[in-house]
Design a binder for this molecule. Structure first.
Ligand SMILES: [Zn+2]
Ligand SMILES: [Zn+2]
Length: 436
């Protein structure tokens, strides 16, 4: 290269080296969640049980409860069941159903309730999805979505997956391992979606229920991009224990490996109720409704639009905190809370750096337990990049991050938590950061 040419190229060379030192963040798509331009926040619960399976109330009572509480949508997800056929519930054989019938009588006119037989053979007809929809759905205000909880297992371990927006039952497929059970159910749902064009969304439920599913087993599943980060059932161990990683830890492990090693899309974390118990229980510890939900940003309240928004990451999950906006402009992530009076907020920005240490060790010395526990990784995974006090916080991307997400924790205790001492929270979904 002549001196002349070198001089001519110098500014370009300097610019190139600057660009390689600083990642090209401007190439990243901006991502803004805010209720503007005809978009609305829509609150919904995607995991609900009724008397069609092991819930203890009639589905129309539940649909009314969620509508009265200001939800915009509710997905019915009874175990391996759609609310479709003619079905009569024997009251004498179903413990506690007298309370549900009483509530039915209080809330609905006599002609709505169909009863046959008397005494031990007295039966109430369970209303179908279409009947409940016709009675309770309000166009663009309140939507009911047909779904099911695909209730599968591997050996004794429960593998449950909620399918939302489905007109036909997806029977559990089974499989050769935990990962294979999830994968085969996903494949069946995906094949049907491709065949019918109906946008069914399948999410993995409560991985820590029965401590059935580890982060390593879940991260590999192709086509499963959602799991329950927060499930309101008190028996599902969202927080894990000394030996078992909590779901939030699992989330960071899963996404770190999906982005860096497995070349799979981010997995999103949902908040759901998984309600079963709609009456006061003696212990007060039932799986009650109103604990966890998603808030989806969409233009229209239709099943396909809700699924489309969820798949595009246009939502957040919550156990009490509401967000005003999430703004990612390529170089920073800003979170704005809909602040309540006299409530304090802490916003944490969490992620994992590119090139993190992937080494891990087993969480137990017992060889027979090793593969049943999420492994222990370095704290390079799920690093807290910043903690900010207040209802608005902004984090400047350095470019080292594989992904960035945020958690808002309120100073307000959850009024009816699934785990003692919970504070209300909101989870901003992770955003993948493009590398240099
Ligand atoms: Zn379940
Ligand atoms: Zn369930």
């Amino acid at each position: 290269m002549t001196n002349h040419l070198r001089r001519a190229l110098l500014p370009a060379l300097v610019l190139c080296s600057l660009l390689s030192a600083f990642p090209q963040l401007s190439a990243q798509q901006p991502f803004v969640l805010e209720a503007v331009d005809g978009q609305r926040w829509m609150k919904g619960n995607m995991h609900t049980h009724s008397l069609w399976s092991d819930g203890d109330d009639f589905p129309e009572n539940l649909a009314k409860w969620y509508r009265d509480k200001g939800y915009q949508f509710l997905v019915f997800t009874d175990h391996n069941t759609l609310l479709q056929k003619e079905r009569w519930l024997n009251l004498a054989k179903r413990k506690g159903s007298d309370k549900a019938l009483q509530r039915l009588r209080e809330q609905w006119p006599a002609e709505w309730i169909e009863i046959r037989g008397t005494g031990d053979t007295e039966e109430v007809r369970l209303k179908t999805f279409d009947e409940i929809f016709a009675k309770l759905a309000v166009p663009q205000e309140y939507l009911l979505i047909q779904g099911e909880e695909i209730t599968d297992r591997f050996g004794k371990l429960p593998v449950h997956m909620c399918a939302a927006n489905t007109a036909e039952l997806l029977p559990p497929t089974g499989g050769e391992s935990i990962t294979d059970v999830i994968q085969q159910n996903i494949n069946a749902a995906t094949a049907r979606r491709e065949r019918t064009g109906v946008r069914t969304l399948v999410h993995l439920n409560h991985p820590n229920f029965g401590y059935a599913i580890t982060a390593e087993q879940l991260m590999k599943v192709v086509g499963e991009n959602f799991f329950e980060l927060y499930n309101g059932h008190p028996g599902v161990h969202n927080s894990g224990d000394e030996k078992h990683a909590g779901t939030e830890r699992m989330w960071d492990i899963i996404n770190s490996f999906r982005l860096q090693t497995l070349q799979l899309p981010l997995m999103y974390g949902l908040g759901t109720d998984d309600g079963h118990n709609y009456f006061e229980t003696a212990s007060g510890k039932g799986a009650q409704p109103g604990r966890g939900w998603v808030v989806v940003l969409a233009r229209t309240l239709e099943p396909d639009a809700i699924v489309e928004a969820l798949e595009a990451g246009r939502f957040y999950s919550s156990s009490g905190v509401s967000l005003q906006a999430v703004r990612f402009n390529g170089s920073s992530l800003k979170v704005e809370v809909q602040a309540e009076a006299d409530v304090q907020y802490q916003i944490q920005f969490i992620g994992t750096d590119r090139g993190f240490d992937p080494e891990s060790r087993t969480a137990s010395d017992k060889p027979e337990e090793a593969d049943t526990l999420t492994r222990v990784y370095s704290d390079q995974i799920g690093k807290v990049y910043a903690t900010v006090a207040g209802p608005v916080a902004e984090y400047r991307i350095t470019g080292k991050e594989l992904y960035i997400r945020a958690v808002v924790t309120s100073s307000k205790r959850h009024p009816n938590p699934s785990e003692a001492g919970e504070f209300e929270r909101a989870w901003v979904q992770p955003i993948a950061i493009k590398g240099p």
